[in-house]
Structures are given as C-alpha cells and as structure tokens.
Design a protein around this ligand. Structure first.
Ligand code: ATP
Length: 373
C-alpha cells in the first residue's frame, strides 16, 4: 500500500471568488504528483495561497478535483464521500462543539458512526493519554487553553483510527513556546500511531523538524519533493533555496571572470571575489552571469592571517547564542552567522571568507539550479 498518491491533479475554482481569491481559469493547483509511503509523514510547505489547503481539501473530499486522480491506500477516492475515505482531519480552527465535554467531543464521530458505547469508551481512553488530555475529559471546551484545544482537536482526528491523517496548520493559533511543545508532541504521537500523515504548513522550521519528506509548492506547482536534508542541501531552484533555511540563503547576481587560469565570482558595486569551485569549470566561462547562493553559516570571518576580502560591517544583531552580521555587497545585504563573541559595530572591518564549495548556482532568468557538468 502506498498511503496517499496524488496523480496529475489540477484544481481550478470556477467561481470568481471574493477578495483575494483567484480569477476564473487560474489554477490553484497545477499538475500535482505526489506519492507517500505507508506511515510516512509528509509536509506540504509553501507561501500563503500556493495551494496547500486546496490539495488537502481535495484529498479529504471537501473540494472537487478538476482533473487527475487521488488514491488512498491504492483506492481511487475521487468520487468517494469524505466519510468513506478513512481519513482523520485536524484543521487550524478547532471547531469543537461548545455544549459537549471534551470526552463527548472526542467521541462525537464514533457515536455518529454507531460505534457501541463500551468501544467508544475504550478508544477515547486509549487516545486521551497519548494526547495528554486524560485530565481534560470532563471539561467544557470554553475552559481550555489554545494548546489543550489543539490536543483535543488532534485526539478527535486520530480516535477514528484513520488510514490517512490530514492536518492543516494545526499549530497556527499557538504562540512560540506552546508551538514548540506541541511540535514535539506531534512528532512523538505520529511515531507511536504510525499513521500516514499529510501536514500543511507555511513554516519551514515546522516542516523540517517534523516531516520525513517535504513537498515544496509555489503558485500551485510542486517545486521539490524530498527529505529535509535533500531540500536543504540540494535545492532544485532558487525558490526552494531561499524558502528553506533561517536566515535564508544569500542569493546574489554575479559575473564570473577568469583570472590567471581560475574563475572568480565578482559582484557589481563590491570588491568581493570568491573563487569558483572547480566542479563548475565545465559550465561557466569568462563573463558568465548567473546567481550564486551561499548560506549565512557558510560565510565566515577570517582570523588575523586571513586572505579574505576586507569588508565593512553594515549591520550587527546579537541574538544571544549567535550573532548575525550584514555586509553590503552592491545592493544586497550579505548575511553571515557567527558564534564568535566579538561585539562588532557598523563600520568595523572584517576579513570575509566564503566556503566556496558550499555555493549553489542558479539561472538568472528561470531560477533553476545550474549543476556541475
Ligand atoms: P494559506 O496558507 O494562505 O491557506 P494555501 O497555500 O493553503 O494558502 P489555498 O488556500 O489552497 O492556498 O489557495 C490556493 C489559491 O486558490 C489561492 O489563490 C486562493 O485564493 C484560491 N482559492 C482558495 N479557495 C478558493 C475558493 N473557494 N474560491 C476561489 N478561489 C479559492
């Protein structure tokens, strides 16, 4: 069994839509192909409006599919009613029934399906400790904190023992600390129940820390589908490179020049010169223009004997365990992260070194990755 399979799926909303909604004929999802392994945790990640929720809603049967097929555990579900798809849903709005206790909220769908009372009781009491809501069962929803509501919300989704768990930004109402705690709990829970899970988020940190694989989507189009390490270390294009990682990858327009048999990245309005790794020698030439990307942790401050280019500090931020320094390269602020304790100030001169072997090249027009020959 494959868990979830999305095959050449398109979605076009035929209504004009209101406010910021898309216009007729514009696809919210375009030719999406995605396959999970059974028991895998997959994150759908992308900016607001890229089609994540639409994909999840089509999978749940809450939205028609314009074109293509969706399979859950090898069964084509295009025409199946949501209740027949064996899915559990945890969406960002908790949508609990206020007059019912937490126990009854968790039990609600089982009761609706006519599950006998003793079986309901067994299942609610089995799930409650997993989601740490055993102490909440007699409480009314109005008394719950955001984190507690979210636990109950997820308990309701998994009490049905779904074949596929669909979560849409389940942590978006929680603030920093509660969010972090819930993230850890979701990870533990999914390890325990081993249910194929599709998790929508626009938060790359959440996707990186939770998912086995991440599907990165932009404007309804899948950009890359891979493990956190793959999308971080081997992005297929500029969009993925800049979306994954905090602070984002530095991406600069460069003109490559040849000098004494070596190629160098050069930058308009700056003296910075970085040697091009030899692996790119087959694809670059003197005067070649492209974009070069380097992560802030791969830009370093050289020691006293450094041969790095002297550069002026433009910005300095002390974030406690790390410090972020901005260096102006033409119009761009090149960011670097250091654990060095020195308190720099604007105007200080540092020797800038770049781990050239960690650079990525991108096509200026398309943003596609330029790989070594
Ligand atoms: P967000 O994180 O903001 O929820 P998203 O990635 O989940 O964004 P979707 O909600 O799937 O994106 O929206 C994808 C596109 O489809 C957007 O342009 C949105 O405006 C449009 N859209 C969503 N729902 C409808 C609708 N009912 N009618 C018309 N257009 C819609």
């Amino acid at each position: 069994m494959s868990g979830l399979k999305i095959e050449h799926v398109y979605k076009r909303y035929d209504n004009e839509g209101k406010g910021k909604k898309k216009k007729v004929n514009d696809y919210a999802v375009k030719d999406l192909n995605l396959e999970t392994n059974e028991g895998e945790f997959v994150a759908l990640l992308g900016p607001s409006g890229c089609g994540k929720t639409t994909t999840l809603r089509m999978t749940a049967g809450l939205e028609d599919i314009t074109e293509g097929n969706i399979y859950i555990n090898d069964v084509r579900v295009n025409d199946l009613h949501p209740k027949d798809r064996h899915i559990g849903l945890a969406f960002e709005d908790y949508a609990m029934y206020p007059p019912l206790t937490v126990y009854e909220n968790i039990a609600f769908n089982l009761r609706a399906k006519g599950v006998p009372n003793d079986e309901i009781d067994r299942r609610v009491r089995e799930i409650a400790p997993l989601m740490q809501c055993d102490d909440l069962l007699d409480m009314m929803p109005v008394k719950l904190s955001g984190g507690q509501k979210q636990r109950v919300n997820i308990a309701r989704a998994i009490v049905r023992r779904p074949e596929l768990l669909l979560m849409d930004e389940p942590l978006s109402h929680l603030d920093g600390k509660a969010r972090q705690a819930m993230r850890t709990e979701i990870k533990r829970l999914i390890n325990e129940i081993k249910c194929t899970t599709v998790y929508v988020t626009h938060d790359q940190l959440e996707a990186m820390s939770l998912a086995d694989r991440i599907a990165i989507i932009n404007f309804g189009v899948l950009q890359q589908y891979g493990t956190p390490a793959e999308v971080y270390d081997d992005p297929v294009n500029e969009f993925v490179a800049s979306f994954i990682g905090e602070p984002p990858m530095n991406i600069l327009v460069t003109t490559i020049i040849k000098d004494a048999g070596h190629f160098f990245f050069t930058f308009e309005g700056s003296d910075l010169r970085i040697q091009v790794p030899e692996r790119y020698y087959g694809v670059v030439s003197d005067g070649f223009r492209c974009k070069v990307g380097v992560r802030p942790m791969d830009v370093l401050i050289g020691g006293p004997d450094s041969k790095g280019t002297p550069e002026k500090v433009a910005t300095f931020e002390n974030l406690g365990d790390e410090r972020r320094i901005g260096i102006r390269v033409g119009e761009i602020l090149l960011m670097l992260i250091t654990e060095d304790d020195t308190r720099y100030k604007a105007g200080d001169i540092i020797r800038l070194e770049v781990r050239a072997e960690k650079t990525h090249l991108f096509d200026i027009e398309t943003g596609d990755r330029i790989r070594e020959a």
